[in-house]
Design a protein around this ligand. Structure first.
Ligand code: NOJ
Length: 917
């Protein structure tokens, strides 16, 4: 028996090391993916598709329906549905009429059926229909050839099928075995249509070809963003000389940076931004996708006359304007495209999240600092780490346990030799105000003695192979099976595994990490499910692949919610994601490496996620693989302290790297960075609340706040936290200077440490040493902070607040503060929150409530007000709150123009006015 276990371990070890050394050859290129090969080479001179305008039906006001014909294949009939939506958005669906097999339409992504607005048909002739709707949106549907043009504020912004790439592979009968095509059509038998082999993996393709390609083009734009997840630039690069960007959720170990390979999650959503407008295109499709991007010039002479004047700027002397052309190719499903017409960045955030949902305000502790490693070995180790934080006076909110904490990778169990008393361990952490997070992966170990497996097996809950048997593959526990979350009953059953009864040893202080949920299958094609495994409803993995991880983490969320009777906000971290994941989970960028290049790429990766709705995001601090040297580690802490999700994590083979293991000086620097994070938590929390309300993510590209500053459109070395902080992380080893661009004409920026001023629209060389995190507060903003030191964030929720008022050139500023209990839903159900607006104008700083129904009991008060950029020492400072008046002490520093008001004293819950004279 023992020998057998050794053998299994050896096989596992070999398997794991095989996976960890995986190279690019284990993942398909477009050329190796038959549908991508076919679609990419499709380049007709004219499109064979025509809209039959005589077929137009008005289903309701806001929903028009047409037949779309393929003039080369008269038997293929498509239907085009056009919906005008609220929030300046348009939806276009294209599907087969009476297909021989129903095509998959994505479920569980949209928060509800999108609301229609009425359309005003402003023109209709025998070749065009023009409609206006909502605030500034307009479309022109051209019939022959099929093409759709979109305008916002009468500026021509997007155009569909203007490059003739629309190519819809209808379902068809398989050619007879003698090779004669069933439809008498030679192209129905192209290579890879009916089966495909990659390495040793055969894809049986029982339903044949079903892919769709289409071009969506952004006129007068030079920059497009989004379509995560790729370890690549923020402003997407031309794929002229590379593969297209791929969207297919995969576990790619030791991923390379600066390439368009797929990673763990997929959001088929792209934005374009220029100085006139921000627009977006989202194709709701969960199959494997590839997207070509090309920076072109469009000759406006070739355009029909009605639209040439609508670019917002003039074309150049050759009648050209820039254009980003994009070619989207998905393996199956329907065309379900959403077009967002902005026109501002904040409009775009609202438009996308109105459809797919916004991240709800997370528990306060989850936006503080997390300490993780694969693995903390046992309860003593956990206690030791907790004590380390105490001893070195470094705040931390959560300690994490990776897969080794379980009994042989059987999730919902504990390795009782190492963790004999998990409840006590969690209770002990709770004494310090700290939480625990354990990992729970989707592979279920094949072991009749394992309750979760045995139950699921007997109920028939596992994903099926094409022959109907339970699909079996390899992952951490060895032979494993995967639950079919697509079945609502199985989804519910899985979520119930998180009840305290089912998950023995879990307490209210424990939250969850869902990993390997692409899903990762060590011996599967491209380390995942075969395309022909079958889910609930008969859908193939081919149709639904990119949804799998999201369904797991959504079910986990439901389970944690249920376990507290809907009272406590869950926290889940997921590796795999899809559009909509933001509603229930934080996301991290997976297995990065302890290299400077990985520290640097984190910014564009996180920005790409941010602008596509996934706002609660982070990258493993220090880098997951390999050992960072002290300098890299310190720099990583300094950067991540200003990124939304802040967690140190490391591979099992790396050296220990808790913050105090690199000498006193580095411990101090790391402590400083973490303390800074804690001091800004009231600001972060306010931004997260704003995200829930308005869809604006906390981490933003510069152009989101400075949409007309063309210098920012490609920026990815710096970013903003809300509209208040400009962050330029130091991402190179041996430099003592960085070159920081300060956006915005007439904008003034203040170094948050020295209050040195910098002018907007200028680049400055900034000297840096290991102490420096180049961060600047934008003039015109007011940022709330908490400066008292605490060991964990939840211990500070009633602590006093400091306001940093950074004045703009007119000596004005404004900002907000949102506070609540940090963990329950009382803020929604009982209005138990505080939401205040602060404004500084005409020498007066005022605090007013933004919501009169809001009440959260707290004795938090305003402890200090720092006004920067104030031109002179006021002779008198007076504060009035109700009938109370006070004259607080103040001091003024001439050189830096900083006025500090000590203990002004009003409660954060009250209205007050501070007057300077
Ligand atoms: C892969 C994850 O990306 C990593 O963070 C984790 O430590 C390992 N799986 C082990 O669970």
């Amino acid at each position: 028996m023992i020998r057998f276990i050794h053998l299994i371990s050896l096989i596992l070890l070999l398997n794991i090391s095989f996976i960890e050394n995986v190279d690019r050859n284990n993942f398909k290129t477009c050329e190796q993916s038959a549908f991508c090969r076919r679609q990419r080479k499709y380049k007709p001179d004219t499109t064979p598709y025509e809209v039959d305008l005589s077929s137009m039906k008005t289903i309701t006001n806001g929903h028009l329906q047409f037949s779309l014909l393929n003039t080369l294949k008269s038997h293929v009939k498509l239907q085009l549905d056009l919906y005008t939506l609220q929030h300046n958005s348009l939806r276009v669906k294209i599907n087969e009429i009476n297909p021989i097999r129903k095509r998959y339409e994505v479920e569980r992504v949209l928060v509800s059926e999108p609301k229609l607005v009425s359309v005003n048909i402003t023109k209709s002739d025998n070749n065009q229909i023009e409609g206006r709707f909502d605030k500034t949106a307009r479309f022109i549907l051209n019939a022959k050839p099929f093409r759709l043009d979109l305008f916002t504020n009468d500026i021509f912004v997007m155009s569909v099928n203007s490059k003739n790439m629309f190519n819809f592979e209808h379902y068809r009968k398989k050619p007879a075995s003698d090779g004669a095509p069933a439809d008498n059509n030679a192209e129905d038998n192209e290579d890879g249509m009916w089966e495909e082999t990659f390495k040793s993996h055969h894809d049986s393709k029982p339903h044949g070809p079903s892919s769709i390609g289409i071009d969506v083009n952004f006129l007068n734009f030079e920059n497009v963003y989004g379509i995560p997840e790729h370890a690549d630039a923020f402003s997407l690069r031309s794929t002229h000389d590379t593969d297209p960007y791929r969207l297919f959720n995969l576990d790619i170990f030791e991923y390379d940076i600066k390439n368009p390979m797929a990673l763990y999650g997929a959001i088929p959503y792209m934005l374009a931004h220029n100085e006139h407008a921000t627009v977006g295109f989202f194709w709701l499709n969960a199959a494997e996708g590839w997207i070509d991007v090309s920076n072109d010039k469009l000759n406006t002479k070739n355009l029909f006359s009605t639209i040439t004047s609508f670019f917002g700027t003039k074309s150049n002397e050759n009648n050209e304007v820039p254009e980003v052309t994009t070619h989207w190719m998905f393996e199956s499903g329907i065309f379900d495209g959403f077009f967002f017409m902005g026109p501002t960045p904040n409009d775009i955030f609202k438009q996308y999240t109105a459809l797919t949902g916004a991240t709800p305000t997370p528990p306060l502790w989850s936006i503080a600092y997390h300490q993780c490693r694969w693995n903390y070995n046992d309860e003593d180790d956990v206690r030791g780490v907790n004590n380390g934080f105490e001893q070195h006076q470094i705040p931390v909110d959560v300690i994490w346990l990776d897969i080794e904490h379980t009994n042989g990778k059987r999730y919902f169990t504990w390795d009782t030799s190492k963790f004999p008393n998990p409840e006590k361990m969690q209770d002990d952490l709770a004494v310090y105000g700290r939480k625990m997070i354990t990992i729970s992966d989707p592979h279920i170990k094949k072991d009749d003695g394992y309750q979760v497996y045995a139950d699921a097996k007997s109920r028939g809950y596992f994903v099926k192979s094409k022959d109907g048997s339970d699909y079996e593959g390899w992952c951490w526990p060895g032979s494993s099976m995967w639950l079919d979350y697509f079945n609502p009953e199985i989804y519910k059953w899985y979520s119930q595994r998180y009840s305290y009864d089912n998950y023995k040893g879990s307490t209210p202080n424990l939250f969850i990490w869902n990993d390997m949920n692409e899903p990762s299958v060590f011996n599967g094609p491209e380390v995942t499910f075969p395309k022909d495994v079958v889910h609930y409803g008969g859908w193939e993995n081919r149709d639904v692949h990119n949804l799998y991880g999201m369904l797991q983490h959504m079910a986990t969320f439901d389970g944690l919610l249920e376990r507290s009777n809907g009272n406590i906000r869950p926290f889940i971290l997921t590796r795999s994601f899809f559009a909509g994941s933001q509603r229930t989970s934080a996301v991290w960028t997976g297995d990065n490496a302890a290299q400077w290049s990985h520290l640097k790429i984190a910014v564009p990766m996180l920005l790409s996620l941010s602008v596509t709705g996934i706002g609660f995001i982070g990258a493993d601090v220090g880098g997951f693989f390999f050992n960072p040297d002290a300098k890299l580690l310190v720099r990583w802490y300094q950067a991540a302290a200003f990124q939304p999700f802040f967690r140190e994590h490391a591979h099992i083979d790396t050296a220990r790297r808790e913050p105090w293991l690199f000498g006193d000086d580095n411990t101090r620097l790391i402590r400083q960075a973490i303390e800074q994070r804690y001091s800004y938590l009231p600001f972060w929390y306010t931004l997260f609340y704003r995200q829930e309300k308005h869809g604006v993510p906390p981490m933003l590209p510069l152009w989101a706040n400075f949409p007309r500053d063309t210098n920012t459109f490609k920026t990815e070395d710096s970013y903003m936290v809300g509209n208040g902080l400009l962050v330029y992380p130091v991402t190179e080893a041996d430099i003592n200077q960085v070159s920081v661009y300060f956006p915005g004409q007439n904008t003034v920026w203040y170094d948050i440490r020295t209050f040195t001023q910098h002018n907007g629209s200028e680049t400055a060389l900034i000297n840096v040493d290991m102490e420096s995190i180049p961060i600047y507060q934008c003039g015109g903003t007011i940022i709330p902070q908490r400066l008292r030191k605490r060991r964990a964030s939840m211990l500070a929720i009633h602590d006093p607040i400091t306001l940093v008022v950074a004045l703009d050139r007119n000596h004005e500023a404004e900002g907000e503060l949102y506070l609540d209990d940090g963990q329950t839903y009382d803020y929604r159900q009982k209005h138990a929150f505080i939401h205040r607006r602060f404004t500084f104008k005409n020498n007066e700083l005022k605090s007013i409530s933004l919501d009169s129904s809001a009440k959260f009991e707290t004795d938090a008060w305003i402890e200090r007000i720092v006004i920067v950029g104030y031109p002179k020492n006021p002779s008198r400072v007076e504060i009035n709150s109700g009938d109370k008046q006070a004259i607080p002490i103040h001091s003024y520093q001439d050189g830096s123009q900083v006025l500090i008001i000590r203990r002004p004293g009003p409660a954060v819950t009250t209205d007050w006015t501070l007057t300077l004279s």
